[in-house]
Design a protein around this ligand. Structure first.
Ligand code: ADP
Ligand code: ZN
Length: 719
């Protein structure tokens, strides 16, 4: 059996994701591998599929008992014999498992590292008597002090490779930084390992940041779009998780708190109920999440500022593992930043403090960013991404610009008058004519003192950020940052250059991304119930029976036979045989009642993607996938529907290829429309697309504008 056949037969998927296929081939060739893939990227399959194809046993090291159980359930439901050994089991259960192991009846065995090398553990000697064909080390970053989740027991694994010198080892992690990576390779003693680094982009997650005002009503407004969905809400303190969960309960939500201070039994029950969709919302401190493999988490909210981008990205990454559109929302207040700053100072360790503060700064900059958030996040992880993702609040917002030349002149002349020696807080107080003692008496004499009194402080702060972003001002990166003029300032001060800023009223043209797939809602509800019943019967969480993505596909493409059902994501041979009919019947009767027929021919299997070895030159997988589908003859709308992304996103992807010269601009724009767009871009610049769109009007789409901008960039006509 080839890997792709096994993928269909055992897992019910039609194509590999990321670099899964390359990784699997390496393992089958008995080579050691390190895999870095984002959360939800599909790491498990990289060892589960070889485990099925290889004779003998695959040992999987995993740090968390909850996670093991989940994976073992999922494998068994797919007809792959798997088991785990941990301290929660009785002696009898453990004896049964060793008998099955001796009889070659188990393909995957999950273990925590302390089991393997604990005091007087005879396990390793027993395992050596078995035909071990592969060793997988999940969450491999736990071996590194540099990672955010160091576990001393992982250090014991350094001898593992030496015990099984001829067995290939695959180490997997979602943590990408260089130090951790180096540490993993060294400590695990891997032999000439191939390193696979996937794009860390999570294309199905939409990122938003809102200024925190009345956080509870902001949260309720957000939840309007997520009434039936599962979600995680992160708070900084244990106390606030409890009070927020109580408030949400009062508002009618199935919410529970979760933090490290709760009784273990309570924690386990809450987690289990969440997995089974009986609790919809977990309000948690960061103590929650690592062991959560639940694939249908539709949103992650941060009520408070996270400490760094790494943590934030990991936490938001828990949304949308099933690939369906999901939301990440963060409520930001500068006050939170000040609070966290105090925590970031590590006593007697200036170097550590400096690093922590820098990380916090990067987090704050993300929140105050006036550009594509996804691009910023990926750049943080050393990855290039085009500046228009089409699915963050910045890219989804149409900004109204206004002539802010006068405002800019006031700001710049204040900076000049204060001799470029003060930070923005002081300059703003000065502009607003603050009577505070802080303002030096001689400054109160200056003509510019108080010329900006009509503008509020937060607004001035925003204008200063934007002026800096547009290059009219510059902020030094000293301990006490100072605002300075730039070469661009002169034209503004002389009145020869106009400045445009974003008006404070922003209009979001956000449509919940979940509406992209036109599925039959009543049917979906019915299928959900069926899934719940089966799950209860099998005593596993519902998403183990089938992912939300699979349900949605059924409700969209209406398969009418078992052969058609086989093409729905998640239906491998075993699931098809066990549950196929149960799902098929309601689809058929729903179709009949409503005069609908199969739409399976619209479901194009995802194309496989080219993978690259090594860490250099990571082009974006997702743009590549859109481009491949486009080249295969699909329209932008078709690609958008298929991928569950918005057409704007797809057009953004394609523009990237225009920029790279692999696609002609006239594939997206007619020659008649071209001159008008070029004209407007030439006079307005291409930094923001919304003003261009406004001038051009409804006859021109964002996609067309993006395409022309990309083409002009390629030709060096604009920067
Ligand atoms: P990770 O461990 O990287 O966080 P998982 O291994 O849990 O991610 O995979 C996330 C989800 O994606 C799982 O539900 C898994 O079944 C699914 N998945 C993995 N590979 C594929 C694939 N090639 N096609 C479709 N779904 C996949
Ligand atoms: Zn964006």
């Amino acid at each position: 059996m080839t890997p792709i056949q096994a993928l269909q037969k055992y897992f019910g998927y039609s194509a590999f994701r990321h670099q899964q296929e390359e990784i699997i081939h390496h393992i089958l060739d008995k080579k050691d591998v390190l895999t870095l893939m984002p959360t939800g990227g599909g790491k498990s399959l990289c060892y589960q599929l070889p485990a099925v194809l290889l004779d003998g046993l695959t040992i999987v090291i995993s740090p968390l008992i909850a996670l093991m159980k989940d994976q073992v359930d999922a494998l068994n439901v797919n007809g792959i014999p798997a088991a785990f050994i941990n301290s929660s089991q009785s002696t009898q259960e453990q004896i049964d498992i060793s008998t099955r192991l001796k009889n070659n009846q188990i393909k995957l065995l999950y273990l925590a590292p302390e089991r393997l090398f604990g005091k007087d553990s005879k396990l390793i000697d027993f395992l050596k008597t078995l035909p071990v064909s592969l060793i997988a080390i999940d969450e491999a970053h736990c071996i590194s002090h540099w990672g955010h989740d160091f576990r001393p027991e992982y250090l014991m694994l350094s001898g593992f490779k030496l015990e099984f010198p001829n067995v290939p080892v695959i180490a997997l992690t979602a943590t990408a930084d260089k130090l951790t990576k180096k540490d993993i390779l060294e400590k695990l003693n891997l032999r000439n390992p191939a390193v696979f680094v996937s794009s860390f982009n999570r294309e199905n997650i939409t990122y938003r940041v809102l200024p925190k005002q009345n956080s509870f009503s902001q949260l309720l407004a957000f939840l309007e779009d997520h009434k039936e969905d599962s979600g995680i809400i992160y708070c900084l303190s244990r106390k606030s998780t409890e009070s927020l969960a109580a408030d949400l309960k009062d508002a009618g939500f199935l919410a529970e708190p979760y933090h490290a201070g709760l009784d273990n039994g309570v924690k386990a029950r809450t987690q289990e109920a969440f997995l089974r969709d009986e609790v919809r919302i977990i309000v948690a401190t960061i103590a929650f999440g690592m062991g959560i493999n639940k694939s249908n988490v539709r949103y992650v909210v941060h009520m408070d500022l996270p400490k760094n981008i790494e943590g934030y990205y990991q936490e938001t990454g828990r949304a949308g593992r099933d690939g369906l559109p999901s939301d990440a929302m963060l409520l930001f207040s500068p006050g939170d930043a000040i609070k966290l700053k105090q925590f970031a100072m590590v006593e007697d360790n200036p170097e550590q403090s400096r690093i922590m503060l820098k990380k916090l700064d990067d987090m704050v900059n993300y929140c105050q960013l006036h550009a594509c958030r996804r691009q910023y996040l990926l750049k943080y992880f050393d990855e290039d991404f085009p500046p228009n993702c089409g699915s963050c609040d910045f890219c989804l917002t149409e900004f109204k610009m206004f002539d802010a030349t006068l405002i800019a002149q006031k700001a710049l002349s204040a900076v000049a008058r204060l001799k470029e020696r003060f930070g923005s807080v002081y300059v703003i107080d000065f502009l607003r004519g603050s009577r505070s003692e802080k303002i030096r008496p001689e400054h109160k004499e200056l003509k510019t003192y108080g010329i900006g009194a009509e503008i509020s402080k937060p607004e001035w702060q925003r204008y200063f950020r934007e002026l800096a972003a547009q290059g009219y001002l510059q902020v030094t990166d000293d301990m006490y940052p100072v605002v300075k003029l730039t070469p661009k300032s002169e034209g503004v001060l002389k009145g020869t250059e106009k400045v445009e800023l974003v008006a404070s009223q922003v209009i979001e043209e956000y449509q919940p991304a979940t509406e992209v797939l036109p599925y039959e809602a009543p049917l979906l509800a019915e299928l959900r119930n069926i899934r719940r019943d089966i799950a209860q019967h099998e005593n596993v969480p519902p998403y183990i029976i089938l992912s939300d993505a699979g349900l949605q596909e059924m409700a969209t493409y209406l398969p009418q036979s078992l052969d058609e059902l086989r093409l729905i994501s998640g239906f491998g041979d075993i699931k098809l045989a066990r549950y196929g009919r149960e799902f098929l019947l309601p689809v058929k009767s729903y179709s009949e009642k409503n005069g609908l027929s199969s739409k399976m021919k619209h479901k194009v299997p995802k194309r496989e993607r080219k993978a690259k070895t090594g860490s250099g030159n990571r082009a974006s997988d997702t743009a590549q996938e859109s481009f491949t589908l486009y080249r295969a003859g699909n329209t932008v709308t078709e690609i958008a529907t298929q991928r569950g992304l918005s057409p704007t996103t797809i057009e953004g992807h394609l523009s990237f290829y225009i920029y790279k010269g692999e696609m002609d601009v006239f594939e997206l724009v007619t020659p008649e429309k071209m001159p008008a767009i070029k004209d407007v871009v030439e006079s307005y610049g291409a930094e923001k697309l919304s003003p261009i769109k406004e001038v051009l009007g409804d006859d021109f789409s964002y996609g067309e504008i993006k395409a022309v901008v990309a083409w002009m960039r390629k030709n060096g006509e604009i920067a």
